[in-house]
Unconditional design. Structure first.
Length: 375
């Protein structure tokens, strides 16, 4: 995670803590002054929000820590742990609301609040909506699971508080049973949101495969790098907002040892530039065996054709060897020339032979030993 992203994420989280602190004060104060038990109970939910957001702040701080020997891919998993904490906190809150309001209905414990309590709920809803839009924008920009989880928490609060608003309104209008019933319906929404956040964070922690759209981008990027290459396998681990990826690429035999480091560096740079969801990539090369076999035959045939073309310039050839490694192809042979041939002329002939081979296989390694034939 780069420093700018960390600072932005930290600022967003601090704003969330500040606004939730203000909301907590409003709920407790107006809950007491407005004789509203549900608004007062909401104050405890906001305290949980503050605790969860503080957990996000701590997680974001450690997620920004640099790589070390014990954590070669960084500390991004801490963000997923923070998101898991938020999801579980939401689940506990939803179940608590169901328990409390079911008990109120069973015992017929209804209260008639004051209008000031309704005003307090309206103020809190407005603050939560503003906080949601601010946080969801930051979560998308940073691709942060913990900040996105906080945004989901805020919108869940808006849904729940809307139910609280209706409940308080009807309680004021002498329909007090609507208050706990509305709270039960909103609690179901909260638990559903909790399940979504918890499931996503859990899947990140157990290294579930990357989304399909990222795999599609990888395939297209590799083919744009080399049309004859293709993706064999890709495994990604979510590390905070992005993925650490290991890919296996099947390449044509033209990608050789001499250029392999440069070629793979270009591919790595292209992947990181093209796919912002990926923070790092490890590449393993696998040569296409069918292409390699065909390539070897064509290379040998071309070398023999060139040598046949210059047959009148040498006496004979000896020790012809071809070497085909995963990343290199070579041809070695001894060329015996007339003892009367000047050295300069012999070198000119070998240069022409090499150039003729290079026209078809520019990356080949050709080694020719010149020796005078015995009289």
């Amino acid at each position: 995670m780069n420093p700018d992203s960390y600072r932005y994420g930290r600022r967003v989280t601090l704003v969330g803590i500040a606004v939730n602190t203000l909301i907590t004060i409003i709920k407790f104060t107006l809950g007491i002054l407005g004789n509203s038990a549900v608004l007062f109970a909401e104050g405890f939910d906001s305290l949980a929000d503050i605790g969860a957001t503080t957990g996000v702040l701590i997680g974001y701080k450690y997620a920004a820590s640099p790589k070390d020997k014990e954590h070669p891919h960084g500390h991004g998993k801490i963000e997923s742990i923070s998101a898991l904490f938020i999801g579980l906190s939401l689940g506990l809150t939803g179940n608590y609301i169901i328990y409390k309001n079911s008990l109120r209905i069973y015992r017929h414990e209804y209260v008639q609040p004051e209008w000031i309590a309704l005003a307090g709920v309206a103020i809190v809803i407005a603050l939560k909506i503003s906080l949601y839009f601010y946080t969801v924008k930051a979560g998308r920009k940073l691709n942060s699971p913990s900040i996105s989880a906080s945004a989901a928490d805020h919108i869940a609060d808006v849904y729940r508080l809307s139910g609280v608003f209706v409940g308080v309104l009807f309680a004021i209008l002498n329909y007090p049973i609507i208050d706990p019933v509305a709270a039960l319906l909103v609690a179901i929404i909260i638990i559903r949101t909790s399940f979504s956040i918890t499931r996503g964070a859990f899947l990140d922690l157990i290294d579930t495969q990357m989304p399909q759209e990222i795999l599609i981008k990888l395939k297209k990027t590799i083919q744009s790098w080399d049309a004859e290459s293709h993706l064999v396998e890709a495994v990604g681990r979510r590390m905070g907002p992005r993925y650490q990826v290991m890919v296996k690429v099947c390449v044509s035999p033209y990608i050789r040892a001499v250029d392999n480091v440069e070629d793979l560096s270009q591919l790595e740079t292209l992947i990181l530039k093209t796919i912002p969801e990926i923070q790092g990539v490890d590449i393993e090369i696998d040569v296409d065996k069918e292409q390699a076999d065909s390539f070897e035959e064509r290379f040998k045939k071309h070398v023999y054709n060139v040598l046949e073309k210059y047959k009148g310039h040498y006496v004979r050839l000896e020790n012809i060897e071809f070497h085909f490694m995963e990343e290199q192809h070579e041809a070695h042979f001894d060329m015996l020339v007339s003892p009367d041939m000047p050295v300069e002329t012999a070198h000119e002939i070998t240069t022409k032979i090499e150039q003729a081979i290079y026209t078809e296989f520019p990356d080949a390694q050709i080694i020719i030993h010149i020796e005078p034939a015995k009289r």
